[in-house]
Design a protein around this ligand. Structure first.
Ligand SMILES: Cc1cc2nc3c(=O)[nH]c(=O)nc-3n(C[C@H](O)[C@H](O)[C@H](O)COP(=O)(O)O)c2cc1C
Length: 405
């Protein structure tokens, strides 16, 4: 992790009222150690969990809590918002997220949030049922899609409330790393094309063949590349995910549409990251009307034809090209990971293959990957969040760029 990027940066650290607030002291300490100037703002509820004095001592600055407190000078909520380059809210409670998503300014931290115009990074933490509640999901979607917020996703496990599941705040080191990545625009001047999600191959107007890809990995790569300053084109099959901030999304449905979208944009890009789960086959014919079952018909055979292999096509096309985009592909396997990844690396003409087991990563928020390079590189990531894996993949790609953009 490169925390040099935080040196001299003005970070506003918001703390709201969840049990994870005790971890905010470590986070504050990590920011200070990385050279950031940290100003802390706390909700009233947060003060039930950790004292402002602790944060004041660690940050070396007066902590702000109340809109109308005795120590308030001038229009504090506007000054706090104006003075910072990055607003990190950790933990972010369900209630705070609801206030932020609906534009409330009913307390100091909410008013600061509403007045803040730069990057926001939030680390939600709550009981797993609160996290899964449709109201919270909606608020998170709104903040990501309409407000361009960045999130460090909560982890899964035993929660302080006794429940087990997703909701535990990310560790301070992970939050620091995400903050650092927001400042490092090391991909500025580069263009990255990412494919994500499943493809959908129509059988008739109401039926299709598809797969269980959620698109989370590709969206994480696209979001990370945009945060690091790249121009990002995200060619996405149908998913339920909001388009990450700063990303241009091209929606496609079938493998053929995905291939067309890749072809249309390939000339402009420095790297391609193929995360999409592209169907190997499609129905030979798409019926114009809904297929009806026939009397006496116990079996229906749908004839399938091969779809193009988009990555292998690019590998072949750029095999002898003097300049070529860095090509990264994914290998999703159910067994023999390393052998399958080596085979794929050779067969596709890719620079990097990111191999993972379906049981480890499919539709989850974290993953464990083996990254193999044509240059002989081998990197085992261990279990990491998809966000962290996205950063590692981009680091690998960056190290393969020619010296100057
Ligand atoms: C012991 C305890 C632990 C709590 N932990 C959380 C939590 O982890 N996440 C959360 O969203 N709310 C939690 N709450 C509820 C919030 O404190 C409450 O919704 C409060 O209104 C949040 O205010 P704030 O968003 O202004 O900080 C907890 C409450 C108590 C009493």
């Amino acid at each position: 992790m490169n925390s040099d990027t935080l040196e001299g940066r003005a970070v506003l650290l918001g703390i709201t009222g969840g049990i994870a607030a005790y971890k905010s002291a470590s986070l504050c300490r990590l920011f200070v150690k990385a050279g950031a100037h940290v100003q802390v703002v706390m909700s009233r509820a947060a003060c039930e969990f950790i004292t402002p004095l602790t944060l004041q001592t660690l940050s070396g600055r007066e902590v702000h809590v109340d809109m109308f407190g005795r120590s308030v000078k001038g229009v504090e909520h506007i000054d706090l918002a104006d003075d910072a380059e990055l607003f990190v809210v950790a933990p972010a409670t369900a209630d705070y997220l609801a206030r932020a998503a609906t534009g409330r300014a009913s307390d100091l931290i909410s008013a600061v949030t509403l007045a803040f115009t730069k990057q926001v990074l939030a680390a939600p933490a709550m009981n797993t049922n609160m996290w899964n509640n449709p109201a919270t999901r909606r608020n998170l979607d709104t903040l990501a899609a309409s407000h361009g917020w960045n999130f460090v996703q909560p982890g899964s496990g035993e929660l302080a409330c006794g429940w087990s599941g997703q909701g535990r705040m990310a560790e301070p080191e992970e939050i620091l790393e995400a903050a650092s990545a927001l400042f490092s625009a090391d991909l500025r001047g580069r263009a990255v094309l990412v494919t994500a999600g499943p493809t959908v191959e129509d059988i008739d107007p109401v039926r299709f063949l598809s797969n269980r890809s959620s698109g989370k990995m590709g969206y994480a790569v696209a979001a990370a590349a945009a945060r690091r300053g790249a121009e990002v084109i995200l060619v996405s099959g149908p998913t339920a995910l909001p388009c990450p901030a700063g990303v241009r999304r091209v929606d496609v449905r079938s493998a053929l549409e995905m291939q067309r979208a890749v072809d249309e944009n390939i000339a402009e890009v420095d790297a391609v990251v193929m995360c999409a789960a592209v169907a190997d086959y499609r129905p030979a014919k798409v019926a114009p009307h809904k297929l009806k079952k026939q009397r006496g018909e116990d079996e229906r055979i749908i004839e399938l034809v091969r779809n193009p292999d988009i990555l292998a096509g690019l590998g072949a096309r750029f095999a002898d090209a003097p300049s070529r985009p860095v090509l990264a592909g994914f290998a999703l396997e159910t067994k023999d990971l390393e052998r399958a990844a080596q085979k794929k690396l050779a067969a596709k003409g890719a620079d990097i293959i990111v191999a993972n087991l379906a049981a480890d990563g499919f539709a989850k928020d974290d993953n464990a990957a083996l990254i193999l390079g044509r240059d002989g590189a081998r990197r085992d990531t261990g279990r990491v969040s998809k966000r962290q894996l996205a950063e590692v993949i981009l680091d690998e790609i960056k190290s393969r760029f020619p010296a100057n953009p």
